[in-house]
Design a protein around this ligand. Structure first.
Ligand code: SF4
Length: 495
């Protein structure tokens, strides 16, 4: 909350927490619905979130206010509470100290946490979608409600990747593009489902921590590996039960009899001919165009990628399993007298291996990482000499969290961080209409380090005093997140 008296115009009050500078009537909210004029006071509407470690440690949760009311001026006993930046307010353009600069003492170590809701014009999300299905060519525009908000970026092992948001889409395009970009990445960060369409590609419903839905089909499994890896993993289980196996994959399609794994086992040659480009024995690239069919290819009929069997090598009755990398699609054939594959029921002995492929696939999820750069002015709310904060983060003296969640800070210049939004308490992200996202950010360090980097020491407030003065919302620490106030961990590396 700004610490200088706000400017008034009659009974309207000016919010200076972002460049929009709304004049807000009594009882009304500003353009972002984050601030309101409450009887002449400018107040942050959402409750300020305090994390409570008791649940994480298996201790009974006590009412936050019960303990706060008992405050007698001493520090609250060992760091069971953490003041997050969620709902804390912003001090735009941060020539003022951050809204909360909280001191606490943990196991005899004086600690400081500087808390602010940052306004991020330079921000976006990286989305990992566990699917083999082709979402669209690399670099294709990704749209929300018709507006381009990002693009398809390089795929990863078993996953398609999208890069959404960023300053060019937020502020570098038209107004509508900026608004749609802001809406979409805000919803993704707050755990809501967002429908995205890829030019010349698929429509995908993405929600952090949930399976993606590609062209209306719920994706259940992430592939076990590429076709070649699948041959390597399951060759032993197929050996002796079937003469040939083809694992269809958009990246590398594997052929058991030619593959090194088959050779080691002594699998006989079968005279099978594949389309595509042979990379190394038993490994084929580009057997088909990418798509949403078998193994992330456009294949509907698996036989379409086979040439005629070599009559000098193949034999009538030769058995062949064709399977995708998730096991979701599979078919079994035997060659007739003319060496043509004829579909047959899957023998029980092979059904087990198909189930094993499926069993080894992990559940498909969409993962959303928020990425933002804590820029020059935000840092000024922490220290009079902002570059020292950057150095302190790089030296791992200052621990950065986002709503209490651990972040990854990129090496190199600036404080550019990424956070898994499912590790951040719900609805922690907001927006301002510039447009930009508002994200919580906390900097925790030892008091001596804070003093050394030129921190706003005159604005320090003891943790207990903050707790007593805040009618905040207490949330349990999310399971699996490290406790941000542990002094022994205060030199944790972010990388
Ligand atoms: S948009 Fe929100 S933060 Fe910005 S000035 Fe208006 S009320 Fe304040």
């Amino acid at each position: 909350m700004p610490d200088t008296a706000p400017i008034r115009d009659g009974d309207k009050i000016r919010c200076d927490a972002c460049p929009v500078m709304c004049f807000i009537k009594p009882g009304a909210t500003g353009a972002c619905d984050r601030y309101m004029n409450d009887g002449g006071d400018l107040v942050r509407i959402d409750p300020h979130v305090i994390l409570d470690r008791a649940v994480d440690r298996g201790e009974p949760v006590v009412q936050f206010l019960e303990r706060a009311e008992d405050w007698d001026g001493d520090l609250v006993k060992p760091g069971g509470r953490f003041v997050t930046a969620i709902g804390a307010g912003t001090t735009y353009p941060d020539y003022k100290p951050a809204p909360f600069i909280v001191s606490s003492q943990i196991d005899g170590v004086d600690m400081v946490t500087v808390v602010t809701e940052g306004i991020f014009s330079y921000c976006g999300v990286k989305v990992k979608i566990d699917t083999d299905r082709h979402l669209g060519p690399e670099r294709s525009p990704v749209r929300a409600k018709g507006e381009m908000i990002g693009h398809v970026t390089t795929g990863e092992y078993g996953s398609q990747m999208l890069s959404l948001g960023g300053v060019n889409h937020l502020t570098g395009g038209g107004k509508k593009q900026g608004r749609m970009t802001c809406d979409a990445i805000l919803d993704l960060c707050n755990g809501k489902a967002v429908e995205l369409t890829v030019d010349d590609g698929a429509t995908v419903l993405v929600q952090a921590g949930k399976p993606p839905v590609v062209n209306g089909v719920l994706e259940e499994r992430m592939r076990v590996g590429c076709g070649s890896a699948t041959i390597g993993m399951f060759a032993q289980q197929w050996f002796g039960k079937v003469d040939e196996v083809v694992v269809i994959d958009d990246h590398i399609t594997g052929v058991l009899s030619e593959h090194q794994a088959g050779k080691v086992l002594g699998v006989k040659e079968t005279g099978l001919k594949m389309t595509g480009r042979r990379s190394t024995p038993g490994r084929y690239f580009e057997v088909a165009h990418p798509g949403t069919g078998w193994g992330g290819t456009a294949i509907v009929d698996p036989l379409s990628i086979l040439g005629p069997f070599d009559p000098k090598v193949a034999w009538p009755g030769l058995s062949m399993l064709m399977i995708s990398t998730t096991g979701e699609q599979h078919a079994y054939y035997e060659l007739d007298a003319e060496l043509k594959p004829v579909a047959r029921d899957l023998p029980a002995a092979l059904a087990e291996s198909v189930e094993r492929v499926k069993e080894n696939c992990e559940p498909a999820l969409s993962t959303v990482l928020f990425m933002g750069g804590a820029g020059g002015s935000l840092r000024a709310g922490v220290t009079e000499n902002p570059v020292r904060l950057t150095r302190s983060v790089k030296d791992a003296l200052t621990y950065v969290t986002c709503g209490g969640a651990p972040v990854y800070v990129w090496p190199g210049g600036g404080i550019t961080f990424m956070v898994d939004v499912t590790r951040v308490p719900s609805n922690a992200f907001g927006y301002v209409p510039t447009p930009a996202l508002v994200a919580p950010i906390e900097f925790t360090m030892r008091l001596e380090d804070y003093a050394a980097l030129g921190g706003h020491l005159s604005h320090l407030r003891p943790l207990a005093q903050v707790l007593a003065g805040e009618g905040g919302r207490k949330l349990p620490q999310l399971q699996g997140n490290p406790w941000p106030l542990a002094p022994s961990d205060s030199k944790r590396s972010h990388g």
